[in-house]
Design a protein around this ligand. Sequence first.
Ligand code: DGL
Length: 270
Amino acid sequence: MMDNRSIGVFDSGLGGLTAVKQIMQELPKESIVYFGDTGRVPYGSRSRETIIKYSKSDMKFLLQKDVKIIVVACGTVSSVALPKLQETVPISLIGVVEAAASAAIAATKNNKIGVIGTKGTIKSGAYEKYIKSENPDIKTFSKACPLFVPLVENGHFDTMVAELVTEEYLTKIKESGVDTLILGCTHYPLLKNTIARFMGDGVTLIDAGAEVAKLLKSTLTEKNMLAEQAAKEQYKYYVSDDIDGFENLGGMFLEQTLESKVEKIDIEKY
Ligand code: DGL
């Protein structure tokens, strides 16, 4: 059994593209419908109720595109609301927490893992709980980094401003001696160079977006739902605000032009 329908992916903005990039590599025959809620970003500082409300409309939009599975490519939504959201849709949801936390557990040698994410993600303790449930000997060190998402959405991937903010946020975690750091928000891998430079060679960075793509591959394989053939328009992107910023920055990150592939929609209708 094959399933040629698209994979739905959503995030509050650009961050989910870190999952898309990896899905393109791991699963080149799959088609993707992406939704970035650029009109309502950031999610990370909002209440659980609002995050659930926004995510429900994001998923409703994707369901209308007849997707076969939805990748919740947002650390905040995955941490705060995944089980609740799964109850509301008839297809499977895959979140980033389990995928990234498992990769970190496999990577650490000194049993010290750092976790960074939005305020909502860190407050939920979702990554830490998963890690402890798998291995109670592992110590975790967490930090919310609320300025990282606006930096990324404004194209500050590798600038002096990004460097300063990174130093401010990550100094304590670095001093704690972690050998593995979970980039628990899907926006953060866009700052990977800056973060890697600051943390140094001895620290493995775990990319939540990339890890969820690997989990997606094993899930689709298990369920016999892989595509045999890509759709005519293999990759399609929708946003809830002007397309310019997303087209430019997203294209830069994906290393391909997004021209004529991005469309603006009114998410309030869903
Ligand atoms: N990419 C989202 C995440 O992974 C960013 C959330 C936000 O919009 O604050 O958490």
